[in-house]
Design a protein around this ligand. Structure first.
Ligand code: HEM
Length: 405
């Protein structure tokens, strides 16, 4: 284990952590399983990093996701009132029971594995078109050519966005990726408004004329599972913010891992039946979300012997859990695509467990297979150490992934 020395309060915001969080997380698990951190703008939080503690924290009802309570706690620390944009953020991932329960029930009912299976044939064409475009334009960056556009195009298809609207949709959602950034020109607010207006009109159309898509299913279900137009709007934002960067991150991490562990890639190419288990291992190994959504303590709690007051922010390290040697037999740092059913926490655990897990796994399997079938000689065009990431509290966005076909 690399020891990173005494951790400063800001270790989680250092470039060393962004580029390679695992030595920091190994030190945390060994020395400070519940560790205090501070953001550069002065917010204090606690980080939980061991596998068992992470699962306990994700299923602890005293650690809430209610966005109003979370923002109130953040505002208290910063000495200013912060309000979430209700229209788009008042969704299941940002709520606790009892509000969470019916919203989740409605989405679970509409977003079935059967619906995902029905879309799969169309995805193959989307992947092939994106790869054709990469060849035509001489773009050899898998991030911009395939991994960024693929998830949002398929989420748009899932929701029932007409194909002709994808270009606008891509522009808006690319802006949404930067939702954490400051917005001096107002472009993020403007694009969020345009996307919101677009989705309101789309939902109204689906209410009048239902089709075979997720939004129609949400607004036309039986009464106990039906969403209002306002609930469907925030749910659509949950799907886009929950499914887009996360799936891009899994695709980025998976290709980077396979292109640097060519022996593992060769095993898959020799026997495609290994692919589903390989994607589970890639989910564990790459941890597309390094941390879950933040929690707020709804009452005083004790985690690993540390007493934490009410209204404190908790960061749950999924990457820390996924690389915990106690959970993965001391070979946690290795990529082993034949590891039997790795019980990773990349999709979370408990009541907020990811509802898009089947979709993102199917999409990743397809993308890996098509890329290797079409470009059997594909190689990384840079040294692995040149694959760099941007900082991010949940996703570490990969900057680019240059390849040779
Ligand atoms: C590799 C891709 C993905 C990863 C790693 C991922 C990860 C996660 C995680 C960790 C959570 C739980 C968050 C928490 O408890 O703090 C979650 C929740 C969720 N995910 Fe995903 N996700 C992925 C893809 C998707 C896709 C494609 C969709 C939909 C199109 C989606 C929709 C959701 C929704 C709606 C929730 C909230 C569920 C709830 O609050 O009950 N995710 N996801």
């Amino acid at each position: 284990m690399t020891n990173t020395g005494t951790l400063s309060r800001y270790w989680m915001f250092s470039d060393e952590y962004t580029q390679d969080p695992y030595p920091f997380l190994a030190q945390l698990r060994a020395e400070q399983p519940v560790c205090r951190v501070e953001t550069p703008d002065g917010v204090r939080a606690w980080v939980v990093s061991r596998y068992d503690d992470v699962r306990d924290a994700l299923s602890d009802p005293r650690l809430g996701r209610d966005i109003g309570k979370l923002y109130a706690a953040l505002g208290k620390q910063l000495g200013q009132e912060i309000k979430p944009a209700d229209e788009i953020s008042n969704h299941l991932a940002n709520s606790d029971p009892p509000r969470h329960t019916p919203l989740r029930k409605a989405l679970t009912f509409a977003f079935t594995p059967k619906r995902v299976r029905g879309l799969r044939d169309g995805w193959e064409k989307v992947v092939d078109d994106l790869l054709d475009e990469m060849v035509r334009t001489d773009n050899r960056d898998l991030v911009s050519g395939l991994n960024e556009p693929l998830p949002i195009i398929t989420i748009a298809q899932l929701m029932g966005v007409p194909d002709a609207d994808w270009p606008r949709f891509l522009v808006w959602t690319n802006t949404l990726r930067r939702v954490d950034a400051s917005d001096p020109t107002g472009i993020i607010a403007e694009h969020t408004r345009q996307l919101s207006d677009y989705l309101k009109a789309l939902i109204a159309t689906k209410q009048r004329t239902p089709q075979d898509d997720l939004i129609s299913a949400l607004v036309h279900a039986d009464e106990d599972k039906r969403l209002t137009a306002a609930e469907a709007l925030s749910t659509a934002f949950a799907l886009m913010t929950g499914g887009n960067d996360t799936t891009t991150s899994l695709l980025n991490g998976s290709f980077a891992a396979l292109l640097t562990h060519t022996g593992e890639a060769d095993k898959i190419r020799a026997d495609w039946s290994l692919l589903p288990n390989a994607v589970e291992e890639l989910l564990r190994f790459t941890s597309p979300l390094i941390n879950s959504l933040q929690r707020v303590t709804l009452e005083p709690v004790e985690l690993c012997g540390v007493k934490i007051p009410k209204d404190e922010i908790i960061i749950i390290s999924l990457a820390g859990a996924n690389h915990d040697p106690h959970a993965f037999a001391d070979r946690a740092a290795e990529l082993d695509i034949t590891r039997p059913k790795p019980a990773h926490v990349s999709f979370g655990y408990g009541i907020h467990y990811c509802l898009g897990s089947h979709m993102s796994k199917a999409l990743t399997e397809l993308a890996i297979r098509r890329v290797y079938e079409r470009f059997p000689g594909i190689r990384l065009a840079v040294h692995p150490s040149e694959v760099r990431y941007r900082p991010g509290l949940m996703v570490r966005p990969m900057i680019d992934l240059p390849v040779r076909f």
